[in-house]
Design a protein around this ligand. Sequence first.
Ligand SMILES: Nc1ncnc2c1ncn2[C@@H]1O[C@H](COP(=O)(O)OP(=O)(O)OP(=O)(O)O)[C@@H](O)[C@H]1O
Ligand SMILES: [Mg+2]
Length: 336
Amino acid sequence: MTPPMSNTENGDETVLSVKNLEVAFPVRRGFLQRQVGTVRAVSGVTFDVAKASTLGLVGESGCGKSTTARAILRLIQPSGGKVEICGTDVTHLSERELFPVRAKAQMVFQDPYASLNPRMTVLETLREPLRVHKIVAGKSAETDEVVRLLGMVGLDPSAMRSYPHEMSGGQRQRVGIARALSVRPKLVLLDEPVSALDVSIQAQIVNLLSELQDELNLSYVFVAHDLSVVRHISTEVAVMYLGRIVERAPVERLFEAPIHPYTRALLSAVPMADPVAAKERKRLPVLGEVPSAQYPPSGCAFHPRCAAKRSRCETERPDLTDRGNGRSAACFLEGG
Ligand SMILES: Nc1ncnc2c1ncn2[C@@H]1O[C@H](COP(=O)(O)OP(=O)(O)OP(=O)(O)O)[C@@H](O)[C@H]1O
Ligand SMILES: [Mg+2]
């Protein structure tokens, strides 16, 4: 039996609930591919996404953003924790049991060229999920639905006959979005959906996603390297560092009053209008590269790069704690 839809305090529907998500990958070496270690790609990740809202998931390369998104959709099996999609615990469902869930939650990938079949026309690409999930019946109804989907993502019906190589990057990503929406999901996980596109096209695609969200009441998890990309579309932002969320806050609070030195460092890379505030931010530089996920630093994993570190940061790991106003941060620094 499916448990009832969970609700947050203000009565909003929770479309996605992630609790203490863990993903560990074995590290194998040599001819015999012996396991020589483990990468904890995702550790204790917890968040909810309400109906029609967006969680922006940001952080540098290798911090576990894609792994989190993939584990939510069970493209990777989590090694611990719990994922609920529209009130259904999907953590241990079989592939057959996952089938109806896959229509509720879809993914859009960074590189639409790699995720679209080069030998399939747009019509064939979009018709496939309609058939598999029995969204409409009959060839002409399918074609009508494909035309409707193309219109929704701002493409002309004639795009139906195109192959991916005949389209621009932006058009291909529109097809990727149409494919995700074809099964009428409630939740869409967007894994760097604009990172491969020209800057001028990025804003168009983000605007399209924003309009679609309003029209269809979609919930998004929007993965990006860069805080500026998620600023205008996010309701809440979670900042990840080496597999953990280090700060989470409503988007404007995060930009106005970031707590974690890592968030502040990421923000210092975002262009700012106010020169005084911009100068303030420069006081917390990030030192060096992200350490290996296989051998994370002791204590707070960020301490070797943190300009504000104290001795306790080298040995103790700060928990993600409530800082008021919907914010939480994993740092021993006062603030909030
Ligand atoms: N299939 C896998 N097997 C082993 N390790 C993996 C696998 N996938 C990811 N990892 C490791 O898990 C960690 C997190 O990777 P992930 O791809 O989730 O990061 P990311 O935040 O999406 O980075 P990027 O911004 O580069 O896309 C990295 O250390 C990566 O090397
Ligand atoms: Mg990634």
